[in-house]
Write a protein that binds this ligand. Structure first.
Ligand SMILES: [Zn+2]
Length: 375
């Protein structure tokens, strides 16, 4: 199955240690917060999915943000023309991150992913991608390897030295060996080019795996450095583009922009759970230049509980910037095109806050797209 592959360009990667993506930055600059308004509560959440939206056609590209609470788990389903003999529309099932371990008070990401996969009728995974070595992204993979056959695993190749991460890597190696696949793991720093040469998800898709060329120095805190090793994924399908930021923080955003990478996109999976460390104005202007009309912009946030040691996820200021950037009226922050898995979760426990705000995004062959909630 490795022959079904390719087009990807990788630019390099980054570095360092620690175990979660807790946002320990200083509280939000009050100037970013519109006076007198709690933005996270203010606007009416975007629409629930209609029956039609939940029955996409085979040639649609689908991106689902599975609500795993605090963490990321994205399901990408590529178009399927029903003909396995060509390299077009291969109908791949790709899981990007799998939520947390389910230990020490965290949600069991694999459980929520498995529930969603059962609903989707999915039993095997062509590619599982871990964006970076934090437990709220790789933790759920243990349970995924137990429940599903995973053929290939893509890993950014940065080892922060934690026991859990090494256990996941060993489990990934065993899983792909059992299923005749491959572990794509860039050995620092050459791996990316190799990875870029070997991944293809169908001729109709242009896929680029992006990373900064300097793996070791982006960010001052260990936590930020690991986040900045995130694999960033850019996908184009018939003129509609998706950009999946992993937990990239502003240093990686700036590195990508400064390297001249084309980051223009319609659908943005927001970096680092909507944290104040990410989605800088520099990034947003590169992703959404004026040529992309606001009605062709969409932001997706995967986040659970909102309070990390006093810092909020997602950050009110970040949500505000995203709403303003996607609103029909640039002076007004409308919620219509910003979707988050934490809507309404503020009074819930972490366990209750998972599984109740799944986001389904569909990109059609004619270039139209929309998103909706499955609650
Ligand atoms: Zn994270």
């Amino acid at each position: 199955m490795l022959t079904k592959l390719l087009q990807t360009v990788l630019l390099g990667l980054l570095v360092i240690a620690s175990t979660s993506c807790v946002d320990t930055t200083t509280p939000l600059d009050p100037n970013q917060r519109p006076p007198g308004e709690n933005l996270l509560e203010a606007a009416t959440p975007p629409a629930r999915c209609s029956v039609e939206q939940l029955a996409p056609t085979a040639m649609d590209l689908q991106l689902h943000v599975i609500d795993v609470g605090q963490g990321d788990a994205l399901l990408l389903r590529t178009p399927d023309d029903g003909d396995p003999s060509n390299a077009t529309a291969m109908g791949l099932t790709i899981l990007i991150d799998a939520g947390n371990l389910g230990e020490l008070g965290t949600n069991d990401g694999a459980r929520y992913v498995a529930d969603w996969f059962e609903r989707e009728g999915i039993e095997r995974i062509d590619y599982a991608i871990v964006t970076h070595a934090h437990a709220d992204h790789f933790g759920g993979m243990f349970g995924i390897f137990e429940r599903f056959d995973v053929e290939n695993v893509v890993d950014p190749g940065y080892d922060p030295g934690t026991t859990r991460y090494r256990e996941y890597l060993a489990a990934a190696e065993a899983e792909v060996a059992e299923n005749g696949g491959q572990l794509f793991r860039p050995p620092v720093p050459g791996l990316v080019t190799q990875l870029g040469d070997e991944l293809m998800w169908g001729d109709e898709l242009t896929v680029r795996l992006l990373a900064a060329s300097d793996r070791a120095t982006l960010g001052e805190r260990d936590n930020a450095r690991v986040n900045n090793t995130s694999i960033v994924i850019h996908i184009e399908y018939n003129g509609t583009r998706l950009l999946l930021m992993g937990d990239a923080e502003e240093e990686l955003e700036a590195a990508l922009v400064n390297q001249g990478v084309d980051l223009r996109a319609n659908i943005l999976k927001v970096g680092h759970h909507g944290s104040s460390t990410s989605s800088s104005n520099l990034l947003l202007s590169a992703v959404w230049p004026d040529e992309i009309p606001r009605e062709r912009r969409l932001a997706l946030i995967s986040s659970g509980r909102r309070d990390f040691n006093g810092a909020q996820l997602p950050s009110v200021g970040t949500v505000f910037r995203l709403r303003r950037a996607t609103s029909d009226d640039p002076n007004v922050a409308s919620a219509a095109r910003v979707f988050s898995t934490e809507f309404g979760d503020e009074v819930k426990s972490e366990e209750e806050a998972a599984g109740d705000d799944n986001i389904v995004t569909v990109v059609r062959p004619d270039g139209t797209f929309d998103a909706c909630f499955v609650r």
